[in-house]
Design a protein around this ligand. Structure first.
Ligand SMILES: NC(=O)c1ccc[n+]([C@@H]2O[C@H](COP(=O)([O-])OP(=O)(O)OC[C@H]3O[C@@H](n4cnc5c(N)ncnc54)[C@H](O)[C@@H]3O)[C@@H](O)[C@H]2O)c1
Length: 253
């Protein structure tokens, strides 16, 4: 029998913004599928999210692999008999100057962000179509809108996610599926810490680029993602909500 509560699948949700998003949906009554690369990380996340295990499931999914996504979605359907919301969040990062960036680095970024969002959306589609309120929210970045140097594969992938969002929103509107994106700015996360640890940036440099004068909390990204997936956003489709404390609209002169 189909579960009464709606079900959300969040890719790359054992950590970071994905996990904060899982917590947000869980708190709002959804059954939550945590999906990521590593079984141990998924188990740890599930224990923190839902110690009883009644309203959650773990699925080990590499979003670059179509069979992995198909098996993950099949597992969710066999447990909850429905899938209402897909959050395309899985992400990785590899910085490098374009003139020496390897094909393999390029492929490793685009295959996760862009190809992963395409494949997961396509595989989720027949189930979202059956939902009374099917929705997809994909995670873009301010990198889609500005020419952040040494990040071509990432910038292009995120711009592609926004184009995919608009396209699917039109294609699947008649199926009752809304498709939107959130473009986070600089957010307190291990990604940000990693950039700092590698000496690629400093908190002071980043803070200078944020008019609100602080980093976003992961829960603030999760709130925007949840809003776009929820009934509160029932007439919004094909849009990207930028959650960046003003970074991309700031020209300080
Ligand atoms: N942190 C920021 O400031 C920021 C800003 C803009 C956009 N974003 C985007 O937000 C999303 C989440 O990033 P985060 O900062 O929480 O990073 P994070 O590294 O904490 O989380 C990313 C998750 O994706 C998983 N992942 C990586 N490759 C995968 C694959 N092939 N299949 C499945 N899962 C995979 C990782 O294991 C990890 O759990 C990403 O799409 C990122 O590009 C983050």
């Amino acid at each position: 029998m189909a579960s009464q509560a709606p079900v959300v699948l969040i890719t790359g949700s054992a950590h970071g913004i994905g996990f904060a998003t899982a917590q947000k949906f869980f708190a709002n009554g959804y059954n939550v599928a945590i999906s990521d690369l590593n079984e141990g990380d998924i188990e740890t996340a599930l224990k923190e999210l839902d110690p009883s295990g009644d309203r959650s499931i773990g699925v080990k999914v590499d979003v670059t692999s179509r069979p992995d996504i198909e098996a993950g979605v099949a597992k969710i359907i066999s447990r909850f008999a429905r899938l209402d919301v897909l959050i395309n969040n899985a992400g990785n990062f590899r910085q490098g100057a374009t003139e020496t960036y390897s094909d393999s680095d390029w492929d490793q970024i685009t295959s996760v962000h862009l190809d992963g969002a395409f494949k997961a959306s396509q595989i989720a589609y027949p189930h979202l179509k059956k939902s009374p309120a099917g929705a997809i929210v994909s995670i873009s970045s301010i990198a889609a809108r500005v020419g952040l140097p040494k990040r071509a594969s990432y910038n292009v992938s995120k711009a592609g996610i926004e184009a995919l969002t608009r396209t699917l929103a039109v294609e699947w509107a008649s199926d009752g599926i809304r498709v939107n994106a959130v473009a986070p700015g600089f957010t307190e996360s291990r990604n940000m810490k990693d950039l700092e640890d590698k000496g690629l940036t400093t908190p002071a440099k980043l803070l200078a680029a944020i008019p609100l004068g602080r980093f976003a909390k992961m829960s603030e990204q999760a709130a925007a993602i949840y809003f776009l997936a929820s009934i509160e956003a029932s007439f919004i489709t094909g849009q990207t909500l930028v959650v960046d404390g003003g970074t991309t609209i700031d020209i300080r002169i």
